[in-house]
Write a protein that binds this ligand. Structure first.
Ligand SMILES: NC(=O)c1ccc[n+]([C@@H]2O[C@H](COP(=O)([O-])OP(=O)(O)OC[C@H]3O[C@@H](n4cnc5c(N)ncnc54)[C@H](OP(=O)(O)O)[C@@H]3O)[C@@H](O)[C@H]2O)c1
Length: 259
């Protein structure tokens, strides 16, 4: 049934991906900063014996990423899907409303979790992804090509430069715009060889998680997705992803978002 790695799996959208994939019979490598306090992941492990491997990984630490990649290479051998779900609005939990809120520290911490870490995951996991067979999504349209694995970066619509009408949230918007650029770069580098990886950026909609909680009261009724709803939408995109989609940025409804 395939093997998937979810980075940022302790809660929110990442945790829901782990749950949905394990329920399908997929082997899930659930990466989180603090496995000892990851109670929801431990519950999932008990519900799906043998399917959920909890691995320690702080995405801002290259040593953690290297150790996790060595573990996955030795134990699981290949990956069909890698999804980066880690993300923060900013270290304070709120986006900046004006220039006076900006600090180097806010930029550095937000970029480390939202942008640099996810790209460093590609550095250390691309060979393991190339060994995968695209058991989850990643079908190819050219029958001469082998099936491909999928690399997903969880972006946000506010990272679209052309869609920016409200301003604010400097560090979050900039970190996601840079993540989109990284996704495009990865699609080129990991699309050159015989073994290819489909690389896409996804916007999950506004989802009921801790990240969005400070802004829930501004969301019109019906527009706040449950985690299950969001992951159902995003899995449909991943399931039908082909190499024709690589380098693209999709909303939860499957429509392409302009960069
Ligand atoms: N919710 C929304 O409405 C929404 C909208 C657009 C985009 N997104 C994006 O969707 C993704 C998931 O967000 P969410 O709503 O599920 O947020 P969330 O519930 O706040 O979860 C954030 C996740 O990121 C992890 N994380 C934070 N710093 C980390 C680090 N240094 N290393 C590893 N993991 C780290 C957290 O782990 P800990 O438990 O260890 O803190 C947690 O698992 C993010 O990339 C976010 O930008 C969300």
């Amino acid at each position: 049934m395939g093997t998937a790695l979810i980075q940022g799996a302790s809660r929110g959208i990442g945790l829901q991906f782990c749950s949905t994939l394990a329920a399908r019979g997929v082997t899930v490598i659930a990466c989180c900063r603090n496995p000892s306090s990851a109670h929801h992941l431990k519950d999932l492990q008990s519900q799906h014996p043998g399917l959920v491997d909890i691995v320690q990984l702080d995405v801002t630490k290259e040593t953690d990423i290297i150790e996790a990649s060595q573990h996955v290479k030795t134990t699981h051998k290949k990956l069909d899907l890698l999804l980066n779900a880690s993300g923060i609005l900013s270290p304070t939990g709120k986006g900046e409303t004006s220039l006076r809120d900006l600090t180097f520290q806010r930029f550095q911490e937000t970029f480390a979790v939202n942008t640099f870490g996810p790209v460093m995951m590609a550095k250390h996991f691309n060979q393991i992804l190339m060994a995968g067979g695209g058991m989850i999504g990643g079908k190819v349209t050219d029958p001469k090509q082998q099936h491909t694995s999928v690399f997903v970066n969880m972006s946000a619509r506010v990272g679209s430069i052309s869609d920016n009408r409200a301003g604010g949230w400097y560090s979050y918007r900039m970190s996601k715009a840079a993540l989109n650029m990284a996704t495009k770069n990865l699609s080129i580098e990991l699309g050159r060889g015989k073994k290819k990886v489909v690389c896409i950026a996804l916007h999950p909609g506004t989802v009921d998680t801790e990240l969005s909680r400070p802004y829930h009261r501004n969301v019109p009724p019906g527009n706040l997705f449950s985690r299950q709803q969001c992951v159902d939408y995003l899995m449909a995109i991943i399931d039908r992803a082909t190499f024709a989609d690589t380098g693209k940025y999709f909303g939860w409804d499957g429509a392409e978002i302009p960069f």
